[in-house]
Design a protein around this ligand. Structure first.
Ligand SMILES: [Fe+2]
Length: 216
C-alpha cells in the first residue's frame, strides 16, 4: 500500500521488485507520497501486473487506488480514481464479487493530529461511493505506520504497521514507536468476511532512533 521507496529511486524499486519476487508469486503495488510514479512505472516495465488497479481472486476483487498528490505529503483521490472505484464496485456487484479497496493514505483520522492533517481530502466522496455498494467489504491503507482495525458501518477499516519504523499512536506531534516492523496477513473468505492478523518481526534486532524528527 505505497511508500515502496523513500525517495523514488529507480534502484530502490529494482531492489524491492527483485526481493519480493524471490519470496512471493504475486505482488501488486500502488503509489504512496514517497513514491515517484514515473520511476516506479519504469522499474515495473517488464511486469505491468504490478501496478494494475483491479485484481480478482476467488470471490473477491481488490481495487488498488492512487491517493498520491505529486509533490505533497497528504492524499486525495480525485475524480478519476473515484470513477474507477465506482466502476469496479459496479462490475464487482454484477459479478457477485466482494471488494477490498486499497490505497495509501488514511481515509479517516487515526487519532494523531500531525498525520491526520495528511488524510485523504476527498474521503467523503469515497465513502459516498462505497456506501452505495454492499459488496464493498473493507478498506485497507498504509501511511500511518500503525495497526488500525474497526468497522465503519459495515465496512472493515484496516491499516497496517510499517515494514520500517512505527509511528506512536494517538500522538499530536510526530513521534516514533519502538515496536518492531510488522505486516498484515489477510484471508479473504468466500462469504465476504475477512480473517486478518498483524505479525511483528521479532527475530531480528532493530534499533529505532526515538529522537528522530522524521521517518518514511
Ligand atoms: Fe506515506
Amino acid at each position: 500500500t505505497g511508500d515502496l521507496s523513500d525517495q523514488g529511486a529507480l534502484n530502490a524499486y529494482f531492489r524491492l521488485r527483485d526481493y519480493t519476487r524471490s519470496v512471493c508469486q504475486h505482488q501488486f503495488w500502488l503509489l504512496g507520497n514517497h513514491d515517484h510514479a514515473e520511476t516506479l512505472r519504469k522499474a515495473t516495465d517488464d511486469n505491468k501486473d504490478l501496478i494494475r488497479n483491479d485484481i480478482r481472486v476467488g470471490a473477491w476483487q481488490i481495487v488498488m487506488l492512487n491517493s498520491q498528490i505529486p509533490g505533497q505529503v497528504g492524499g486525495r483521490l480525485g475524480p478519476r480514481q473515484l470513477a474507477l472505484l465506482e466502476e469496479a464496485l459496479q462490475a464487482g456487484a454484477d459479478a457477485g464479487l466482494n471488494t477490498l479497496v486499497c490505497l495509501h493514505h488514511q481515509p479517516e483520522p487515526v487519532g494523531s493530529a500531525w498525520i491526520d492533517s495528511q488524510a485523504v481530502l476527498d474521503a467523503d466522496e469515497m465513502f459516498a461511493v462505497i456506501e452505495q455498494y454492499p459488496n464493498a467489504k473493507a478498506v485497507l491503507w498504509g501511511h500511518v505506520h500503525q495497526e488500525v482495525d474497526y468497522l465503519r458501518k459495515s465496512v472493515r477499516m484496516l491499516a497496517t504497521p510499517s515494514t520500517c519504523i512505527q509511528f506512536a499512536r494517538h500522538s499530536d506531534d510526530f513521534k516514533v514507536d519502538d515496536l518492531p516492523p510488522g505486516f498484515r496477513h489477510l484471508q479473504l473468505l468466500p462469504d465476504g468476511s475477512i480473517n486478518t492478523q498483524v505479525y511483528r518481526v521479532t527475530d531480528r534486532s532493530f534499533t529505532v532512533d526515538l529522537g528522530s524528527s522524521g521517518y518514511l
